[in-house]
Design a protein around this ligand. Sequence first.
Ligand SMILES: N=CN[C@@H](CCC(=O)O)C(=O)O
Ligand SMILES: [Zn+2]
Length: 448
Amino acid sequence: MTDSQRFFYTSYLEKILVPFPDNRSNFVNFMILPLAMSILITNIKELIQVRDTNVTIVKGSDMKTLPVIKNAYLFIEHDTIVEYGSMDDYQDIDADEVIDATGKVVMPSWCDSHTHIVYAGNRVREFVDRINGLSYEEIANNGGGILNSAEKLQNTSEEELYQQSLKRLNEVIKLGTGTVEIKSGYGLTVDAELKMLRVIKRLKRESLAFIKPTLLGAHAVPKEYSNNKSAYVDLVVNELIPKATEEHLAEYIDVFCEKGYFDLDDTERILKAGVAHGLRPKIHVNQFNAFGGVALGVKYDALSVDHLEEMSKEDIEALKNSNTMPVALPSCSYFLSIPYTPARQMIDAGLPLALATDYNPGSTPSGNMNFVVSTACIKMKMTPEEAINAATINGAYAMGLSNMYGSICRGKKANLIITKEIPNYQFIPYAFGENLIDEVIINGIRLD
Ligand SMILES: N=CN[C@@H](CCC(=O)O)C(=O)O
Ligand SMILES: [Zn+2]
């Protein structure tokens, strides 16, 4: 057993072996079930993002409100939030474990709705090249960028890819992330894309984090197709999407809709094919250029449109009265020194906004949602309340999970962050770069 596997297996505090007859043989098999535990958290300085009704999205000026109970308690049974309230109203609850959270903030885990956590190796050389003056675009044009990661991934075994990715996933869980979307997109051949998606499926099965898989076959045009992009789009539409959906490997369809990658026509062909196979769009748009990708996403009822560093008035209008969540990726802007998504303009226009990491080897080699939330406050002028709403309930919405995750609500999953002793929740974005997390509870299980 590797260290990272041990991290998960030892996280199940207690387990019971349940015998059940195997109809196909005379043997009795055993199912391992985590023992139903109950956890009571008392004396919580601030219990934040408390929603008595099951709110699933927060928009516009409502994002300024972050409901808080001061001096609170919270009771979890098995993997579910069962009760909470003020310590003034607390009546004895018998729990298997009690956590005294004096001086600490308790909140729902981060919901990271945009990552590329499954990749091979790193692109640290390109990082140094950029410091020395090359642009992201120049590096990509010289065979670096996504194509560089694709070559590395194609030459990495599925097992090795799984181990590298699991390590990153474990790290982000320790940083307070409980739900994660993960994209393919560094395969760029049918086999390598399916390999990535199988790794995502195994992570979903073996990790405590709740994972949503996205097919991003159209992330870049592979070298072999550089003079025949439409043949690659044909491959994605006619082979990759059908195969991935036949194996139930993806829920969402993504395209990098950008100059030099996939234009509006390519994107529309791929979205149409994805939708026909039951995949909902969640797309990369407006990272460097705004040319109608947002409206196209809305037309296909995308669950989210992500990046949005460049936003036109038309883009903002297109998002109004839609079901599409705009998603900002401030760590990418930070790392590449490109503009930040104009959050103020968007929220002030009444839109919702989600925040995610974009964890990937090229534009954002970090999966730290705490840094994302700080950066959104510092650079995008989001208030702590807006940023926390964007990184919890709205992030959950952008993964189709906000009826189960993203807020403290009776009946929702017990995915929680317990901070160290801090003055108040605003301290979380304020103390940027500091790890303020004392403990993480995921699906009702305390991680060591
Ligand atoms: N922009 C497209 N895809 C990734 C970066 C890919 C890479 O550079 O490897 C992103 O979301 O930033
Ligand atoms: Zn991305």
